[in-house]
Structures are given as structure tokens and as C-alpha cells.
Design a binder for this molecule. Sequence first.
Ligand code: SAM
Ligand code: SF4
Length: 349
Amino acid sequence: MTPYDDSPAQAVSTAPRTPASSLIDGFGRAVTYLRVSVTDRCDLRCVYCMAEHMTFLPKAEVLTLEELDRVASAFVGLGVRKLRLTGGEPLVRKGFMGLVESLSRHLRSGDLDELTLTTNGTQLAPHAAELARHGVRRINVSLDTLKPDLFRALTRGGDVAQVVAGIDAALKAGLQVKINTVALKHDNAREIPDLIRWAHARGCDLTLIETMPLGEVDQDRTDQFLSLVDVRRDLASFWTLNDISDATGGPARYVRIAETGGRLGLITPLSNHFCDTCNRVRLTCTGTLHTCLGRDDARDLRAVIRSGASDVELTEAIFAALESKPKGHDFQIAAPRPAVARHMSTTGG
Ligand code: SAM
Ligand code: SF4
């Protein structure tokens, strides 16, 4: 059996393991979370993420599935406990389910606590049950509006019904679904309470995200920026928001809304820095390791592996990159140019 065929996965081990990352950065933060962008391509063109006419990377520049597996597995060997596969849109990458199946061996061995993905949901319906079979337990689905016309405009052509069908299929398959919603001043600001009600009624958490200045897009981000400090104040005028202490080390701060019973996450890179507890690094689909989403630091791991490096040499390159992980990002929404030139779809959200 090759790692990339379609054979069914075995049962996932639930044996508890002590997290012990040997990946410690120069500020003493343990890196236990890797996000891997498996493609820069996508079937949507969200206005804050991509330009309408994107030039995608030549295939030769993108890591093969085997290379993605090798680098991700090296991180797991060094103490990463959570892997998130993202993109672009991960489910449009040919052979993606084979990669999920192959990486699920780390769940069975107990070396990995979680294998998950972030998806736009358009292709989720046919794949949800298989993701669950491979040990995926939770996924993030991005959804900024439930209004068909607005969805079509924001994604430049998408069909919201497909995404809702994908979410329903995922829930039916037993996956926990978290909805990610980018807060946009002119487009969905007024719909946010409805989106929260909709998600919570389905038993899904919802996380709001401030727009981040990543890559050139066709519109003015200053104009769309909506501070979640203001959104929270507005929600608190008619709902009871109770802070929940959160030990995930992630950027989201969580509240439980008494009236809906569900959880709301708030990711506020601009109105509140979240760097002190950052436990994550990102691998682009070209094998570039970014230790900070908002800085232009980079280490080319593709060059390392394509030069025939041994696993020890790959590990050394990863350690070297970690030493230069910056203390924090430097986003400013009103800056004349994006904080970093690369799009979120390249880095992996
Ligand atoms: N295509 C998948 C999706 O949309 O879920 C995965 C990749 S997408 C780049 C990951 C997340 O990044 C999405 O939730 C998207 O809304 C978010 N995102 C993209 N560009 C962003 C930006 N400039 N600011 C904030 N969030 C952004
Ligand atoms: Fe595609 Fe996700 Fe970017 Fe939207 S946010 S264009 S779905 S990669």
C-alpha cells in the first residue's frame, strides 16, 4: 500500500502523551503547532484574500505531497502536537485525502494530538466522512455571510448553499465545526449577530477575525477594517458575554454568550497583539517556513530537502529558523503597503 492511495485508515489511538516540544524559540516559547499550506490555489477569490486575477505558482515550485509529508512529519518528530492543513483551498489539491491519510499515522502512534484543516467548505460535502475516518475531529470552515448575493460578491462567484451543505455533512460525519468569519465593516457588520445565532444553533463555535494586511488585494483594507473591540461592545449591549479562560495558546480570546449558549472567539491582531503566547509556525506550499504571520522572515526548506538533505540536516535547518522567530508582528491597517507582500492564501490561514 502506498501512503497516497485510498485505503481506509485504522482506528486512532487516544493514548495520552506529555507534550514536550524540543522546538523552543529565542524567547522561550515552545512551538507545538504547525500550519501547512498545501496549495496556493483556490476555487474562490475572497476580496480580502486574493486579487481577482491571481497568478498561481508553477507546479514545480509547489512541494509534492511526499515532500509536504516529509517536512510536516519532521516537525511532528520534533514535538509539534497539532497540524493544520490549509491553503489556498486544501480540498482542491489533487491527492489531498491521501496526505491526510498518511499524516494520520502520527495520530495512531500518539505523536500527534490533532490533525485538522481550514477549508472554505465548497468541497466538504463529499469528503467529510472520509476526513472523520482518518482521525480528523475538528475543522474550521470559513463563512462570512449567509446571504447568497453577498457571498457571491465577497468570494467573486461562490455559492453559499454548497458551503452550508458541506458544514451539514461535516456535522453529520461527527466532526466539530468552527466557523471563521472575517469582520467587514460594510459587508457583514450588521449580519454578525445572525451568523452567531446560526452557528450556535448548529452547535458550532464561531470566531470573528479582523482583516489583516497580507498581500495586495484590489480594495482598500482601511475601508473594510472593523475593530472587534467595537463589535464586542455592540454585542454586549444586547447579549451577556462571559469571558472563558483559554489555554490553547492561540490568538483567539473566547466568550460564552449566555443567550445562545455557544462560544464566540475574537481574533484581534490589530486592536490587540497576541504574540506573547504564540506557539505556531507556518509552512507555505513552496516549503518556506515562516515563524511569524506578520513578518517577512523566511527559511527555504524546499531548497534543503531538494538538495538531498538528510533528516538530521532538515532538523538543523528547522532549528536554525526557530532561533530567529520574531517577538511579534507589526501589522498596521492604515500603513500604505501590506505588512507582508505574501497573501494569506500563500502563507496559509
Ligand atoms: N481557503 C480556506 C478558507 O478560506 O478557509 C483556507 C485558507 S484561508 C487563507 C484561511 C483563513 O484566512 C480564512 O478564514 C480567511 O477568511 C482568512 N483570511 C484570508 N485573508 C485574510 C486577511 N487578509 N485577513 C484576515 N483573514 C484572512
Ligand atoms: Fe480562497 Fe480561503 Fe482565500 Fe477565500 S480566504 S480566497 S476561500 S484561500
